[in-house]
Write a protein that binds this ligand. Sequence first.
Ligand code: ADP
Length: 393
Amino acid sequence: MSGNSVKILLIEDNLAEAILLQEFLKVAEQKQFSLIHVKRLQEALKEIDRDYFDLVLLDLGLPDSQGLESLQPLMELAPSLPIVVLTNTNDDKLAIEAVRRGAQDYLFKEHIKPEILVRSLCYAIERKQAQEKLRQENEALETEIDRQTVEMLKAKEVDLLRSEFLAMLSHDFRNPMNAILLSSGLLLKSENILSKEKKLAHFQLIRSAIKRMDRMLEEFILIGRANSGKLECQLAPLDLILFCRSLVEEFKWSNDESNINITFTCSGELRGVLCDRDLLRHILANLLANAIKYSPEGATIYFGASEQEKSVSFRVRDRGIGIPFEDQKQLFEPFYRASNVDTIAGSGLGLAIVKKCVELHSGEISVESQVGVGTTFTVALPLSKATFEEGYL
Ligand code: ADP
């Protein structure tokens, strides 16, 4: 409605009635009405699609649509367009049902007079505008409620993480700390009576306890960063064969006391692949560390990387304790540990971090495992490659 002029789409197959309505509207004084007249519903839909109208005057008996069926396509196409229904006097029930279904008003053709018609049209437009405003306010309110609910859930999640961390601190952190206290105390007090081998064993105990604490701390810092959206994925071209090989070497070198055997195989070019070096390191190092931790000493871990047409995938397979089927779904939740870990130390954070890092790469992670047989984790990342000029890191 621009100023005082109202543009109406009249859908009426009876030409005489259409002309009469047009005459009625001509004599209106408070507003200027312009009327576009069509005879069929399909023509009306086309008109609404290409032009703006303030209101639709709809006859319920059309050649291509009968009764209330006409309402739905009109309301679907233009939900905020008010509709006033025209009926014959004997269509009383139908008219009321039309209003129930979304029409703004109904007029019995035989009773129409110029002032009744104009008043009904003006009210219909006002009412629809008020409804529309209410609907928009409602929508804005719902969006705000959704936003606040998400924030509340996030805060709850952070709270939960915090309390789980405190529980972890008091429980899982104490074990390695006690081991350090005990071994260092013995080394200090009984230095003279301890054999060289015993001393070495205590130093090794202290070292692995510190490593465990260090890993837990790093995991907690990482999950905190991931949850607050501070973990970012910065892609750079990588030579994945070199990357995986040096990771394996590093593992062997830094875990020399646990007699590790990692077999690395690869297929495909695997060069110039765009990856985030740090995130990929978190993913693979965590999976390898778990494979070692949950396997008997001296066991072989099979680590593979391959390039397919649209993805690169990494696979870490072990013949360790396996994961009970009922635990497999929840493994990637923070602090979740399977029921068969027994006394094997851990925080339950590693796989949650791995999952976040995989998601930041828009990749996927899956697990196949059988208790007593072993476990395979597979990570698939979408393949994108650097151009030759960008070089390989
Ligand atoms: P954790 O610090 O406990 O190892 P993770 O988040 O890395 O935490 O792993 C979650 C749980 O998944 C582990 O506690 C363990 O129950 C199970 N798990 C992970 N990797 C393996 C594996 N290779 N073999 C058997 N169980 C595994």
